[in-house]
Design a protein around this ligand. Structure first.
Ligand SMILES: [Zn+2]
Length: 474
């Protein structure tokens, strides 16, 4: 009997050992590379703390990737500054080379092109997808296929995109699809063999016959804002989502090559909300990216020894602090914000237009109650109320002021409202730009144990390439 137990124990431990070996030794066939733009340590810790606070608990409620078994953290400085921008950081995460801020896919000499892990994967026979929640030509996705001195060369970057020959792209739209005297980027992209689909349903209709795909949001959505899909907090029925993008990408890449693919997914608007110092919107964006990661995680559960998922960020945005005075964190208050700061700004402008001279403080106060929970769930000070009232008076008098942030113009009332909510929830912000904070790296699956200790952002694509067996080229 005793020897039987010993045999069983031996077999069990051998099975465990074999599983662990497979976890570390087998090359992943399927690689997921998630990049949360602007998702520093506190954007992740804050989101998990916020989720617990909403349940009335102190502590954290983990995101799916928060529980990945291997973690690391990375430095993000660029070749030109301690504080990187998304172009230099994207280049580091894509190619393994540092460059100067605003530069894509070139060494600091501005001439020498460096290829990305997406190219290495393609050359290794993998189907390749590059996707984002912002425009397809924005810095982070562009770092995987473009070679330009300046990230603002959107038209040329759009051309670099279809010339890459990658299998799947997704994002809101092109930022600059037209140039006088030339065919539009849509036409050029189609001529290069891509099928452009508008939204997830359109993807499902056309995927089977397509050679390569560019998935954009509907033309109607782009008329409203072509620069990005809507923030998760502002989402309306029918808006394209990062979950849909991830599902479509997996589906298409698997059709192209059921044996090998590489997929990059960027949550691009965590950064934009960070530039606005708008914590509710940041956390909802992180949760939304986690939902997309869950799609990959479900895929991993079906192919655990053949899949690698890496989740990281290009830099921190805003210098988000989880505390701004005393010991009374109240992140649960953030749940009462119902719109992003830019969306609330539009909303207030519409109300002002609708009511004109008859716009009363009561109307604005009721609106703030509804969309920020002020006076009801969120107590505000006399001074804060006076600030809001002053902003209302300015609107009424036609001297409405606004704040310009990197990606938004936000009227003063909206800017104040989200600032007051952030202040009262005890969120601090040091900057309207990026910071040099560490970024987290989370990994699960085949080879994930190679992520440990402190690394530099340039190491990440090299480690993935080594694990996946891609040959690195300059
Ligand atoms: Zn940014």
């Amino acid at each position: 009997m005793k020897s039987h137990i010993l045999t069983i124990l031996f077999l069990l431990s051998f099975a465990g050992y074999t599983a662990a070996q497979q976890d570390t030794c087998q090359r992943p066939k399927y690689v997921f590379y998630f990049i949360g733009d602007g998702m520093g340590m506190n954007q992740v810790n804050g989101t998990e703390t916020y989720l617990a606070a909403k349940e009335g608990r102190i502590g954290i409620k983990p995101l799916s990737f928060g529980e990945f078994p291997y973690t690391s953290f990375a430095t993000t400085y660029s070749s030109s500054n301690g504080i990187t921008d998304s172009a230099a950081a994207g280049t580091a995460l894509a190619t393994g080379h540092k460059t100067y801020n605003s530069c894509l896919g070139l060494l600091p000499d501005s001439v020498t092109a460096v290829s990305s892990i997406a190219v290495w994967a393609k050359q290794a026979g993998a189907a390749v997808g590059i996707t984002t929640s912002v425009s397809v030509d924005h810095a982070t996705p562009a770092a995987f296929y473009a070679h330009r001195r300046n990230r603002n060369m959107y038209y040329e970057i759009g051309q670099d995109m279809y010339r890459s020959g990658f299998d799947f792209f997704a994002g809101s739209d092109f930022l600059k699809p037209e140039r006088p005297g030339e065919a539009t980027l849509y036409r050029q992209t189609q001529d290069a063999g891509y099928t452009i689909v508008r939204g997830y349903k359109d993807y499902q209709k056309k995927a089977r016959k397509a050679e390569r795909i560019v998935m954009l949001q509907t033309e109607e959505a782009s008329k409203n804002d072509r620069s990005a899909i809507p923030y998760a907090i502002d989402r309306q029925k029918g808006d394209m989502t990062l979950v849909e993008i991830t599902k479509a990408a997996i589906d298409f890449l698997k059709r192209k090559n059921s044996d090998r693919f590489f997929l990059m997914v960027e949550g691009g608007k965590i950064d934009w909300a960070g530039h606005n110092n708008d914590a509710s919107t940041v956390y909802e964006e992180v949760i939304d990216m986690d939902n997309a990661i869950r799609v990959a995680f479900d895929f991993y559960k079906k192919h655990p020894y053949e899949t690698l998922i890496v989740v990281t960020a290009d830099h921190e945005t805003g210098g988000m602090g989880l505390g701004n005075k005393d010991y009374t964190q109240k992140l649960d208050l953030l749940q009462f914000q119902k719109m992003s700061a830019p969306q609330y700004s539009n909303h207030v402008n519409q109300i002002a237009k609708q009511y004109g001279d008859s716009l009363s403080w009561d109307i604005i106060r009721d609106d703030l109650k509804e969309n920020f929970g002020f006076w009801n769930q969120v107590k505000i000070s006399k001074q804060q109320e006076e600030q809001l009232y002053k902003a209302y008076e300015d609107i009424l008098a036609g001297r409405e002021k606004s704040q310009k942030t990197l990606y938004s113009q936000i009227n003063n009332l909206s800017y104040l409202a989200k600032s007051i909510l952030n202040m009262n929830a005890r969120i601090g912000w040091t900057s309207g730009a990026h910071t040099n904070g560490y970024v987290p790296v989370f990994a699960i699956g085949a080879g994930a144990d190679q992520f440990h200790g402190r690394i530099d952002n340039t190491e990440i694509p090299k480690i993935i390439a080594r694990i996946a067996g891609y040959e690195m080229k300059q």
